[in-house]
Design a protein around this ligand. Structure first.
Ligand code: SF4
Length: 368
């Protein structure tokens, strides 16, 4: 069995750690590019959302490199994600690829089926797979820390090229690291390198929270590296959802019989008291949380035709009004042009920065 899985930001690092520890050969698809997206878009229904197209392109690239089994997570929620796996399998069959597809539905949607799939993946040793899963989860926690360091260092770093070179080296080396131990050590080493960079500790960058559809905010290819672009302009960003956060809420909490996304659901209640699919309640909850925590602006990113995030988009202007926080709305698909995207980010950055400067000078004037 040669496994593969689609790209979604740094998820491939935790997946690699897990399959290496289980002794299963896995093929990481080549990093997504415009040609991966073109390939996926050509074979996908035209109006389906962007992640579907990128993922399909990833599968084909991995199959070309010898993969025969695809592992993806599933869902029964009221949005298209529930039919990604079955529909992608049919498309691959039409394209002449005979591959097995293991869809890992979260435990809350059938605990027996979840464990059957885990057993299938671990060759019957489900107790071993649980230990391995915990090590992979630790890797996800470290990746979050690594990102938090980047969010802090990037706007303040005197030489931003050094961050790019450290991160570039990390992404190349992690492909050759074997198992969770080597991967963890490499992440630690990379964090240390970032922390030794020369930074301006006096700087007080504007703070921008990134909210929206989970795939497009986590996956840098699909959001055209929004985090790095904003950091390079001088903003400290924070992303509301991560792979660790997804695993915690969808895998760990249901097993412990705890309610997932408690805070986000609580905060979104006045605007959206019911689950409507995707991560709409989380998006609204995060927006409120960022606004209450003193963030200067928010950016919502979502794919064209994403049903849950269109609903968030219609609610967020009310949060803008209630909390006086500016929000930029970015829709991405295969037609998204880099120049227009960059211009919108720069304009938003300038607007938020000027706004904060004006607010602090008027506060100073009032106090004198
Ligand atoms: S949340 Fe949006 S983008 Fe993601 S699968 Fe559902 S409809 Fe598609």
């Amino acid at each position: 069995m040669k496994l593969t899985y689609p790209h979604m930001g740094e998820a491939y690092i935790a997946a690699k750690a897990m399959f290496d520890d289980l002794g299963i050969e896995s093929i990481i698809p080549p990093f997504s590019t415009q040609s991966t997206l073109r390939l996926g878009a050509k074979e996908s229904p035209e109006s389906v959302c962007l992640p579907f197209k990128i993922m399909l392109g990833n599968y084909v690239r991995s199959i070309e490199e010898g993969a025969d089994t695809i592992v993806i997570t599933g869902s029964c929620g009221p949005c298209r994600f529930g039919y990604y796996g079955p529909l992608q399998k049919l498309i691959l069959e039409d394209m002449g690829y005979d591959v097995d597809m293991i869809i890992l539905d979260p435990p809350r949607e059938g605990i027996n089926k979840f464990f059957q799939n885990i057993k299938k993946l671990s060759g019957g040793e489900s107790h071993k797979s649980f230990k391995v899963f915990l090590s992979a989860y630790k890797v996800c926690e470290q990746i979050d820390k690594l990102n938090e360091i980047q969010y802090f260092v990037r706007p303040r770093a005197k030489d931003k090229a050094k961050i790019n070179s450290i991160m570039h080296r990390f992404r190349s080396q992690v492909l050759y690291a074997k198992g969770s131990k080597e991967i963890s050590d490499l992440i630690e080493k990379t964090m240390d390198q970032l922390l030794t960079l020369d930074i301006d500790m006096e700087m007080k960058p504007i703070k921008i929270g990134i909210i929206g559809e989970i795939y497009t905010i986590i996956d840098p290819f699909s959001n055209l590296n929004a985090e790095d672009r904003l950091g390079d302009m001088g903003a400290e960003v924070h992303r509301s959802m991560t792979v660790r956060d997804w695993a915690e809420n969808n895998l760990i909490k249901p097993l412990k019989r705890e309610k997932p996304y408690k805070l986000e659901k609580e905060l979104s209640k006045p605007y959206l008291p019911v689950l409507i699919g995707g991560h709409t309640q989380q998006c609204i909850g995060h927006a409120v949380n960022y606004a209450r925590s003193g963030y200067d602006g928010l950016i919502q990113i979502y794919p064209m035709s994403c049903m849950p995030e269109i609903v968030s988009r219609s609610i967020l202007p009310q949060i803008e009004k209630d909390y006086g926080i500016p929000i930029l709305y970015l829709i991405v698909d295969e037609q998204t042009g880099e120049a227009g995207y960059q211009t919108r980010l720069e304009a938003f950055y300038d607007y938020v920065e000027n706004r904060r400067r004006r607010q602090s000078s008027s506060k100073q004037a009032q106090s004198t």
